[in-house]
Design a protein around this ligand. Structure first.
Ligand SMILES: [Fe+2]
Length: 291
């Protein structure tokens, strides 16, 4: 049995001394000071991190939005948090839109978190593949800089072609696709959607996958996507790992653990959701058999 923990959207608190920012970062800073710093709390993330480690998983996937404004000090901060989570070989990271907030930050995720974002072949490009036994993690990046008040993501043609190849190459394995943005968005999230989601779903429908994990919406979500031979792919969204309490249509902090077993055409996969209760403790809130 392989145990995979999935967490996302930590939005680590801004390091001390940050102020006076221009452009999109300036708007983001105001939003952080007025709203988000009351939602995404270091003490909540600490409790979740402690609980993840206590559950003793074989591997941990972090699907983006580790930081807020893509400032170099934030990436360094996040790197220290990653070190508390585990070794780069046991933790896989992909970026989210907040990790590529402005064009000038494009190279920073790889510069700071590169060891957590490379394939078994040692290369640092998306998609990358990490195989652990008969589990194949296929990691994508949708983090692209956008205009103010937007949080869209994009895969682009090169990654879509690479994804099709990666899914083919690992077809005997239990294939887990890691992506920050959900493959299906509600209309009200139009300015926060994955812009090439339909092309992404076409690749999945043609090649198949056993599981897709995403963050971004800060909600527990499950969508079933088309796959070959009438099969379906479960696409599971996880809440933010640092949200202090339920907020608007977002869930309170939580994460998922997947227990995976079996072999091709006979996989078993169970999902355990753990979340922060009103009393601040982290507890199991759902257990579901996916296969
Ligand atoms: Fe996001």
């Amino acid at each position: 049995m392989f145990a995979l923990a999935h967490l996302s959207d930590l939005h680590l608190a801004l390091p001390p001394g940050v102020s006076e920012l221009a452009g999109k970062r300036g708007l983001g800073f105001v939003n952080w000071q007025r709203n988000r710093k009351y939602i995404h709390r270091a003490d909540v993330l600490d409790a979740i991190t402690h609980d993840v480690k206590a559950q003793d998983s074989d591997h941990i996937a972090v699907t983006g939005d580790l930081v807020n404004l893509s400032l170099p000090a934030e990436y360094a901060w996040a790197k220290r948090w990653l070190a508390t989570l585990g070794d780069p070989g046991d933790v896989t990271v992909i970026p989210g839109n907040h990790d590529a907030y402005v064009a000038s930050a494009a190279g920073l995720p790889a510069a700071f978190w590169g060891d957590y974002m490379r394939g078994d072949d040692g290369r640092q490009r998306f998609p990358f593949i990490r195989r652990r036994g008969n589990i194949a993690l296929i990691a994508l990046s949708t983090g692209v800089p956008t205009g103010p008040f937007m949080a869209t993501g994009r895969l682009g043609e090169t990654q879509l072609v690479g994804l099709a190849e990666a899914l083919e190459q690992t077809r005997e394995d239990f294939r887990i696709v890691l992506i920050h943005h959900p493959p299906v968005s509600r209309l009200r999230r139009y300015l926060r959607r994955l812009t090439d989601a339909s092309k992404f779903r076409e690749v999945l429908a043609a090649k198949g996958a056993e599981l897709l994990l995403h963050g971004h919406d800060h909600r527990r979500m499950l969508n079933w996507l088309e796959a070959p031979d009438g099969k379906k792919i479960p696409a599971v969204g996880v809440p933010s790992a640092s949200a202090r309490a339920r907020h608007a249509d977002e869930d309170s902090a939580g994460y998922h653990i997947f227990h995976i077993d079996g072999a091709r055409n006979a996989w078993r996969c169970e999902m355990i959701a753990r979340e922060r209760g009103d009393d601040g403790t982290i507890r199991e809130c759902e257990r579901r058999t996916i296969y």
